[in-house]
Write a protein that binds this ligand. Structure first.
Ligand SMILES: NC(=O)c1ccc[n+]([C@@H]2O[C@H](COP(=O)([O-])OP(=O)(O)OC[C@H]3O[C@@H](n4cnc5c(N)ncnc54)[C@H](O)[C@@H]3O)[C@@H](O)[C@H]2O)c1
Length: 411
């Protein structure tokens, strides 16, 4: 019989639920036995969903970290707490699956690397795109040199307009000072993909970008600071009333209230009193809504990343330009355009198993995790590679704040 890996999770929010939800589908591999969150409702909701006993429930991290509670610790708290929680876990002897970003501080990323080396345990960062079938296929196509040698890579991180409003105007990642800058919070995935595809460390980087639109000066005349009182609540595309409504809303209403099952009454209350009911032009946000990053890798490959919060449908577009062809990942297809040959199309749906979020990345990560923890399969990426992509992000932000100056990356 297979060994079942026991799991403890700190952070019973959206991400903690996403990974443990995937684990529910693999009962012969994982069993969640301990949950810690300072929000009691979230602990109760997750415990009910996963069937965790009362003696495995914690509401205080000090109590939770008194002892090792399982084999694996999932760290799904907020950005600024990942390293602290992961290091406590390593000291207790856990293997760790930690959410990205590792940290918004370079020195903390390096501290985690040191702690991992000292503890000799495994640490995986949730760079879910490394496990998403379409992104994995692109890597295979690059590495088999079907398009010759890679010269340039172009990524567009198209943040869906309501995702921008939810996360980076009203929500958790709206204020850089309290969390991480956009280039780390959202784009650490893109930077990780870029260094993976380039197969090289980044040498230098520059960036420009700003918060253009979601500011008081752009609030339409006569608009209210809360959507529920606003005369534009039915017509504004950013309206929280329309966006979070129970039937036919744009974004999961479970993100704005902890009441389960979610009711329209609970949503209305959350929008009247909580952060997600604010007008997008009257929040306290400073996260950028557009940013461009240009990079040169040590092996000579150049790359370009554009992040925009103004897109109709979201999703990443990746183009890889090689000496004998192009690869394009966009929408439902990967297009293989070898020069002088007919374009071949790969339907991404055909590469997927199951229907998990992040292009199959969440499910792909949990499906790969068991083998990586038991040593049966090779680790897809390392903590030091994850740290490298964060160094790119820190350097890009330094450049952006200094008018786009070129920053050399110190590895
Ligand atoms: N890998 C990805 O693609 C991806 C996608 C989205 C978010 N994230 C990252 O996942 C992390 C969590 O995001 P989320 O959307 O789940 O946030 P969330 O706010 O829904 O969940 C975080 C939970 O942690 C709990 N918490 C915070 N501090 C705690 C403490 N000291 N002790 C116990 N519980 C504590 C909160 O009460 C909350 O329930 C963030 O760092 C985010 O950047 C990653």
């Amino acid at each position: 019989m297979k060994k079942i890996i026991t799991v403890a999770v700190i952070g019973a929010g959206a991400r903690g639920n996403a990974y443990t939800g995937c684990m529910l589908d693999r009962p012969d591999e994982f069993k969640v036995v301990a949950i810690c969150d300072k929000n009691e409702k979230r602990v109760a909701n997750m415990a009910k969903r996963l069937g965790v006993d009362n003696n495995g429930l914690y509401y205080n991290e000090d109590e939770f970290f008194k002892e090792k509670r399982a084999d694996l610790l999932i760290v799904a708290t907020q950005d600024q707490d990942h390293v602290g929680h992961a290091i406590k876990g390593l000291e207790l002897g856990y293997d760790i699956l930690t959410e990205k970003p590792i940290s918004n501080k370079e020195e903390e990323c390096r501290q985690l690397l040191d702690a991992q080396r000292k503890a000799g345990r495994k640490v995986f960062v949730c760079h879910v795109l490394r496990y998403a079938p379409a992104f994995v296929k692109m890597k295979e196509l690059i590495d088999c040199k079907l398009i010759g040698e890679t010269v340039m890579i172009d990524v567009i991180e198209q943040v869906w307009y309501f995702h921008q409003a939810h996360s980076y105007v009203r929500g958790n990642w709206r204020r850089t000072e309290d969390t991480s800058p956009m280039i780390i919070a959202k784009c650490c995935h893109d930077l990780d993909i870029l260094q993976w595809y380039a197969n090289s460390r980044c040498e230098s980087i520059s960036s420009i970008g700003d918060l253009r639109f979601f500011k008081k000066e752009n609030q339409p005349e006569g608009a209210s600071d809360r959507c529920c009182d606003c005369k534009y609540k039915q017509t504004c595309p950013y309206s929280a009333v329309e966006g979070y409504k129970l039937e036919g809303g744009k974004w999961g209403a479970s993100y704005v209230t902890d009441v389960r099952p979610v009711t329209q009454e609970a949503i209305d209350y959350a929008l009247k009193t909580g952060p997600y009911g604010r007008c997008v032009f009257a929040s306290d946000n400073d996260a950028v809504d557009n940013q461009i990053v240009t990079m040169r890798f040590e092996n000579g490959i150049t790359a370009n990343l554009r992040m925009t919060g103004f897109t109709h449908g979201g999703g990443r577009i990746v183009k890889v330009y090689g000496t004998y062809g192009e690869l394009v990942l966009e929408g439902d297809y990967i297009k293989v355009k070898v020069f002088g040959k007919k374009t071949e199309e790969i339907l991404i749906k055909d590469l997927m198993e199951g229907n998990y979020a992040h292009g199959g990345g969440d499910g792909g990560l949990i499906s790969a995790l068991y083998g990586m923890l038991t040593g049966e399969t090779e680790e897809r990426t390392s903590l030091s590679a994850s740290v490298e992509s964060h160094l790119m992000g820190f350097a890009a932000e330094k450049s952006r704040l200094n008018g786009g100056m070129l920053v050399k990356i110190e590895h």
